[in-house]
Design a protein around this ligand. Structure first.
Ligand SMILES: [Zn+2]
Length: 249
């Protein structure tokens, strides 16, 4: 069985027992991998004696899944490289990190390499304690671009007319972008967007003052596109964006 070396972030815990741990990893070169780490709690004889935490980064060696192994690959080595201790200092940054991990998990396929997205995830974990909520929205945007679902925020996707930058247009996830006032009437799935949010999302760096609404817009788009809600969304609203107003003042 060929062994593969890579680096990865643990993005989801699938199962945990006395003798093994099953985790979804987002690897840099081999995309998402569901791996079983056998003997994780076997103490001193085990290389996984302390277990693996969510949102930690490490270098790993694994073999791809075999039919006989319940559709799981096997993790044979894990060397912890970074626990992102900055991220762990505040609960709301952990919540933001968990949202990113969940979004990656829901939007990527196993074995589908996305190294740019991986690098973005790692960069975001490092940047969160310094720049707070805007980092999450910039990650949402980078994710949507990477998976080809970034909505068009520059023109009406109905008639193609460029948005003036002043009026409050509508936004439709299903249509994939802005909808002008002349095109909106027949559409059921739509919501109004404030110009400041759109201008904010166009910039390189997102300002903290639009973070809450910009998150809502991109989270709404992701939810509609995936047909499911991210479990961590309410926690982001409650803890990260609730906390953003304190940062602002
Ligand atoms: Zn239009």
């Amino acid at each position: 069985m060929a062994l593969i070396k890579d680096e990865a972030v643990a993005i989801r815990r699938l199962d945990y027992s006395e003798t093994s741990q099953v985790l979804a990893f987002f690897t840099r070169e081999h995309g998402k991998q569901r791996l079983i780490a056998k003997g994780i709690k076997r103490g001193t004889k085990s290389r996984f004696a302390t277990g693996i935490d969510l949102l930690e980064r490490g270098s790993l060696v694994f073999s791809r899944k075999e039919e006989s192994d319940g559709g799981l690959g096997v993790l044979t080595e894990w060397r912890q490289e970074d626990v992102f201790s900055g991220l762990r200092r505040e609960f709301r940054w952990m919540v933001a990190g968990q949202y990113m991990a969940e979004a990656v998990d829901l939007t990527t396929e196993e074995n589908d390499a996305a190294p740019r997205l991986y690098d973005e995830l790692v960069r975001s974990f490092v940047a969160l304690p310094n720049r707070d909520a805007p980092v999450l929205i910039e990650f949402q945007r980078a994710l949507l671009i990477e998976i080809g679902l970034m909505p068009d925020l520059s023109r009406c996707v109905g008639c193609g007319r460029a948005w003036s930058g002043k009026s409050s247009p509508f936004f439709s996830a299903r249509e994939g972008g802005l909808i002008c006032h002349e095109c909106e009437a027949p559409l059921v799935e739509k919501r109004r967007v404030d110009p400041s949010i759109l201008l904010g999302l166009r910039g390189d760096r997102i300002g903290i003052e639009v973070a809450g609404e910009a998150f809502d817009l991109l989270d709404y788009h992701l939810t509609e596109s995936l047909g499911r809600t991210l479990k961590t969304s309410p926690y982001v609203r409650q803890f990260l964006l609730g906390g953003a107003s304190q940062v602002r003042s």
